[in-house]
Design a binder for this molecule. Structure first.
Ligand code: GDD
Ligand code: MG
Length: 343
């Protein structure tokens, strides 16, 4: 079996962290997001196609250094093709029934069980589902008691949402589902175009509810949250990488490798990436500190993101900000594009 991991897109909602890296290489408890996904694949998935574009060299480098015991193909799109276009572009590597996975999700989904569910129902497409209170940033389904989905609507207005069950971003598809995606020179959204088309055509389209936990890591708050949730699940208050000098206090926080934190400093609900140097009496709360940042003594960083290699002066207060002083990478979009139809 094959799996396509949707690892393109710019990760605009995670900027400035994604100005310098592929979203899927952002570490969660010091392990890149994509590693969690690959490790959760069933054994019978022997080939993994990484649908990539932005920063794909970083992915190549990562897979050169790390072996997951599966064939890994990095399939570079000439330009972002959208969630549907990217899957179609992987067609030549797909032999039979296959999985598609959004790469910005950490969950307890049992993919083997989802495949079993799909096979038992002789489904054409099965998508994983998760209940949320506010559905407006997700794909939402109308579902029958037997699990059959009769409507899929991406990012509906709350009053138009058919239920509180959202697309959890993992699909099992028959190879023939690729016929519903035309090869095109434009962005094709799986969620906005392809799924509604398949449902309308009366194909067997099913929903499989995830048990346990599900976290979307596509936004800064949820990125911080996922680190905290996994810490809690491991019964830890914090995690410290190798070669660190930590003199301050840590609470619900994750710290990368080669990090220094000075005396009297307090870090809570935050993620500190590799090689950061944090001075004395610094307060960091609900924030992400990028790689190689230097934070001066007595600075306060609250609800903020500091991009890689940035410097924050002594005594400075940074609140509700995203700090980035260097040029923005060429071609980086102002807003989310991959899963949105451009007309
Ligand atoms: N290769 C490639 N090319 N990948 C892409 C592209 C592209 O053009 N655009 C987006 N992606 C990847 C993203 O990196 C992500 O892993 C996945 O496709 C989904 O795109 P997002 O941009 O993260 O979409 P979203 O978070 O707004 O919504 C999606 O996820 C929700 C669950 O978190 C949709 O699938 C929703 O229906 C779903 O509820
Ligand atoms: Mg997302």
């Amino acid at each position: 079996m094959q799996a396509v991991i949707l690892a393109g897109g710019f990760g605009t909602r995670l900027r400035p962290l994604t100005y310098t890296r592929s979203k899927v290489l952002l570490p969660i408890l010091n392990k890149p997001m994509i590693a969690y996904i690959i490790e959760s694949l069933p054994e019978n998935v022997e080939r993994v196609i990484i649908a990539a574009n932005y920063k794909k060299e970083q992915l190549e480098e990562f897979f050169d250094r790390n072996d997951f015991g599966k064939e890994i193909i990095i399939n570079e799109e000439p330009k972002p093709l959208g969630t549907g276009g990217a899957v179609k572009f992987a067609e030549k590597y797909i032999e039979d029934r296959f999985l598609v996975l959004n790469s910005d999700i950490i969950s307890s989904l049992d993919m083997k069980d989802m495949i079993r569910f799909h096979v038992n129902r002789e489904a054409f497409v099965t998508i994983s589902l998760w209940p949320v209170e506010n559905v407006s940033e997700f794909g939402v389904v109308r579902i029958e008691d037997d699990g059959r989905i009769t409507q899929f609507v991406e990012k509906p207005k709350p009053e138009d949402a058919p239920s509180n069950l959202i697309n959890a971003g993992a699909y099992c598809m028959e190879k023939e589902a690729l016929d519903y995606i035309e090869s095109a020179d434009r962005l094709i959204s799986m969620e906005q175009e392809v799924f509604p088309r398949i449902i309308e055509d009366g194909k067997r389209f099913y929903g499989y509810k995830i048990e346990g936990f599900w976290i979307d890591v596509g936004r800064i708050n949820s990125y911080i949250e996922v680190n905290k949730i996994l810490l809690r699940r491991q019964g830890k208050r914090f995690l410290i990488g190798s070669n660190c000098e930590i003199r301050g206090d840590l609470e619900n926080s994750s710290v990368g490798n080669n990090v220094e934190i000075g005396e009297e400093s307090k870090v809570s609900s935050s993620v500190i990436l590799d090689n950061a140097k944090i001075g004395k009496d610094v307060q960091i709360e609900n924030s992400v500190i990028g790689e190689g940042c230097v934070i001066g003594d007595r600075a306060k960083i609250i609800n903020s993101v500091i991009g890689d290699e940035e410097e924050i002066e002594e005594d400075k207060i940074v609140k509700d900000e995203r700090i980035w002083t260097k040029p923005i990478p060429k071609g980086y979009p102002d807003k989310q594009i991959g899963n949105v139809i451009k007309v």
